[in-house]
Design a protein. Structure first.
Length: 294
């Protein structure tokens, strides 16, 4: 069984050629990252227990394409949701898939706390140096001098320096593997494919938190052709965001923890509470086709 759905239903209910096309703009790097993630899931045989967490932004429609479990998170909150998913279902393989406007801005506190905690979770961070879906505004990763909808004369030092997220995450104690890759040629694509697979492999082995930053093209907001956008990433982004492994440590697998208990009586006992039947005056009753309180 393919990790990709056989028909993508977002466009015209998946009719005709639109049933095989994504919503991404021509030349966007998300399609390749989707392919590499699907390959890794398939290679590792974990499709039936993978849960992808996608928030707001260009990554929001991941659930239209990958035939795995999905949870939708509020803007920037995917790492917090991923922690809850992992603790509630330790056997699941949890992947957050986030863009730079999401993870590096509103979600910065969440990703730092999740990384420092170090639970076996895999994070795929797609950095195209701009807010892609919402109109091309300046992102935390926008380059100095880069023009966007909110830095029309180019980002200046007064607007802050570009945030190097991979280096920030690598400086924490919790992660076991942090790597930055790119997509601008076939050699870099092979490295990106390998990095994403390793991030999932480490989780399968229960080793710890892994983080892969992918430098990606956004031809639409750069105002470039797909080929020009690849050159822009290579010539402009890579000097600011150097590629390579930022952290890689060998660790013993996390000890297994007891699966969570969802039995109400057990929870009441552990927290010193008790269940009290609702009085008749508050019990819900049905009247006709509706439901109301007495």
């Amino acid at each position: 069984m393919s990790v990709f759905y056989q028909r993508f239903t977002r466009h015209a209910e998946g009719a005709g050629l639109k049933g095989q096309s994504t919503h991404y703009c021509p030349g966007c790097g998300h399609g390749l990252v989707h392919k590499f993630l699907a390959d890794a899931i398939d290679d590792l045989g974990i499709q039936d227990r993978t849960v992808a967490i996608s928030p707001v932004g260009c990554a929001v429609f991941l659930y239209y394409y990958l035939d795995v479990g999905h949870v939708q998170a509020a803007h920037g909150r995917a790492p917090a949701v991923a922690i809850a998913q992992k603790l509630a279902h330790p056997e699941s393989i949890v992947v957050t898939y986030q863009g730079d406007g999401d993870l590096a801005a509103i979600g910065l506190a969440e990703i730092i706390q999740a990384a420092q905690l170090g639970l076996p979770i895999s994070v795929i961070f797609v950095n195209n140096a701009v807010y892609g879906m919402t109109g091309g505004q300046m992102a935390p990763t926008t380059l100095i001098g880069q023009r966007t909808a909110t830095s029309t004369l180019g980002r200046s030092a007064l607007m802050g320096q570009p945030l190097r997220v991979a280096e920030l995450i690598a400086g924490l104690d919790g992660p076991v593997h942090v790597e930055r890759v790119a997509l601008y040629d076939s050699k870099q694509q092979v490295k990106a494919h390998s990095a994403i697979r390793k991030a999932l492999q480490l989780q399968v082995e229960n080793r710890g938190f892994s983080f892969v930053e992918v430098l990606s093209e956004c031809p639409l907001h750069l105002g470039l052709t797909p080929q020009e956008a690849e050159h822009w990433v290579r010539d402009r982004m890579v000097p600011v965001f150097p590629l390579g492994v930022k952290k890689d440590v060998s660790t013993a697998p996390w000890p297994s923890w007891h699966p969570p208990q969802f039995d109400p009586e057990t929870v009441y006992r552990l927290v010193g509470a008790m269940s009290i039947p609702l009085p008749a005056s508050l019990q819900r009753t049905r009247h006709g086709r509706g439901t109301m309180w007495e």
